[in-house]
Ligand binder design. Structure first.
Ligand code: BES
Ligand code: ZN
Ligand code: ZN
Length: 483
């Protein structure tokens, strides 16, 4: 794993000596905490107007003028403890700190949320800064705020989570000029190699020979050949868990070209692929008792003379034909082939992640990914864990009443139903057609339609790529398949 100021390990230490205690104080616990201070400190706290406002910090000094301890404000109901801790870490001067709650050590979950938030405050994407700028940054990194591992936290879990988030964000933030299908496959190979997973990549015309015509159709107009990444890890007899991620390395819209503003962020259209790679890394790091498979169709939705056209009919791995109602609805077309393959080895469950529709963002905004699921028990499990780890998801229905909207006029299905209502649902219903195996029942399947991008910067969440829903999905899988 990479080391250095930009990696999460940089923000932690196990040496508690000389660390400055940080005391989380809520509006409710404020008067009790204040009462425990000496008269001079009390006067200082009052003079500073410290009211335990979430995100505020109050430094307390010793007789020599050195920082003796720090109080940091938290809401009474610290449901968003991760981000509160990221805010606190950012607000502190450089130094080594330890969390010292008034009422004894934090429980395991809170300690892990605190460490996660602390680590996340340090994420920056500065790979493309030139020399002078970088030097300025690394001088800053040398002055980092470092946290003594809270001893109730599982440090391996926290670091694995942080590394996965770093990976997902870096992959998304990297410009499409350096993150095409080939580089995405290289990134997947690196994840596989570090954890001794096997991986194969089917490239270009080999997609046609091996029965992935839809992936080929979407990606063939790009200078970089389309490909299917297929990673496997874990014991053979273990329950099969298959993750599928939309890997559109850049989405121009194809011949149905996007507008400038619509196209601008489309380097993030491989966010689903990045997310399943991060999730896979966490699953392998934790040694979950699963036979893991990761399928990533990686393409660029681009334009040349070979580009697919509106009303072209594209064959698929499953045999169903797709009428291209709109070349910009490319994600579901590549996922069709990947999902058709995913169901063939009778998995215990399938999860796909995709920056699939603008409609999901209209419905839920940019921060809440939509969850679609054909199995109520699985949906409830995912949502319960999502709430537990404060990583939001919201369920939308696979409303069968809209199923006929996905029917094609000349082909079996259309990738772009007429009319613009319920676009996230009809996209999910399209995918559902490919999760249905030729014979027998569909496996439990969850589909996550997400933004994968922070539209503004907040502590621990800078503007740019984001691993939305990854911690929720991991918590669900760890609960089911934990060692
Ligand atoms: N990658 C986009 C969806 C997207 C856009 C996600 C903006 C997040 C933010 C996808 O390929 C797309 O363009 N979908 C179209 C589908 C339509 C043509 C049926 C959409 O959502 O407009
Ligand atoms: Zn598109
Ligand atoms: Zn797209």
């Amino acid at each position: 794993m990479k080391k250095g100021a930009n990696m999460p390990g940089h923000y932690f230490t196990s040496k508690a000596a000389a660390a400055i205690p940080v005391v989380p104080v809520t509006p409710e616990s404020l008067s009790g905490w204040r009462g425990g201070l000496d008269a001079r400190q009390r006067a200082w706290v009052d003079a500073n107007g410290f009211r335990a406002k979430p995100g505020s910090v109050c430094l307390l000094f010793d007789d020599h003028g050195a920082i003796a301890s720090v109080a940091t404000g938290f809401p009474d109901d610290d449901g968003s403890a991760i981000w509160d801790w990221a805010t606190t870490a950012k607000a502190l001067p450089p130094g080594v700190y330890k969390i010292a709650p008034d009422g004894g050590p934090l429980d395991k979950d809170r300690a892990e949320q605190a460490a996660l938030g602390w680590g996340l405050h340090g994420y920056v994407f500065d790979r493309y800064r030139s020399g002078t700028d970088k030097k300025k940054k690394s001088a800053k990194a040398a002055d980092a705020r470092i946290l003594v591992w809270p001893n109730t936290a599982d440090a391996a879990f926290v670091l694995s989570t942080l590394h996965a988030i770093w990976l997902v964000r870096d992959l998304i933030n990297t410009p499409a000029s350096d993150m095409g299908p080939a580089q995405l496959a290289a990134a997947a190979k690196a994840v596989a190699k570090q954890r001794k997973a096997t991986i194969s990549v089917t490239v270009g015309n080999a997609l046609l020979e091996q029965g992935y015509p839809a992936i080929h159709a979407v990606g063939r107009a790009s200078a970089q050949a389309p490909r299917l990444i297929d990673m496997t890890w874990g014991k053979k007899g273990a329950p099969r868990v298959t993750l599928v991620g939309k890997g559109v390395c850049f989405d121009t819209g194809g011949l149905d070209l996007k507008s400038s503003s619509g196209m601008k962020l489309m380097k993030k259209d491989m966010g689903g692929a990045a997310l399943v790679l991060g999730l896979a890394a966490m699953i392998m790091d934790a040694g979950l008792a699963v036979r893991l498979r990761v399928l990533i169709p990686a393409v660029e939705n681009s334009i040349d003379g070979s580009a697919m056209r509106p009303l072209d009919v594209v064959p698929t791995r499953k045999g169903l034909t797709i009428e291209i109602g709109n070349t910009d609805a490319e994600g579901r077309v590549i996922l069709a082939d990947a999902l058709a393959e995913a169901v063939t080895d009778a998995p215990e469950l399938i999860i796909d992640c995709a920056t699939l529709t603008g409609a999901a963002r209209v419905a839920l905004g940019t921060e809440v990914p939509a969850l679609f699921c054909n199995d109520d028990e699985m949906a409830a499990g995912i949502l319960a864990n999502s709430a537990m780890v404060s990583d939001p998801l919201w369920r939308l229905p696979l409303w069968q009443g809209y199923k006929s909207q996905v029917d094609g006029k000349v082909a079996d299905v259309t990738n772009a139903p007429e009319g613009s209502f319920g676009g996230a649902i009809t996209a999910a219903l399209f995918l559902e057609r490919f999760v249905q195996p030729k014979t027998g029942e569909a496996p439990p399947w969850a589909h996550i339609d997400m933004m994968a991008w922070n539209t503004a910067s907040r502590a621990g969440r800078p503007e740019g790529g984001e691993a939305m829903g990854m911690r929720a999905l991991f918590a669900y899988l760890a609960e089911r398949f934990g060692a």
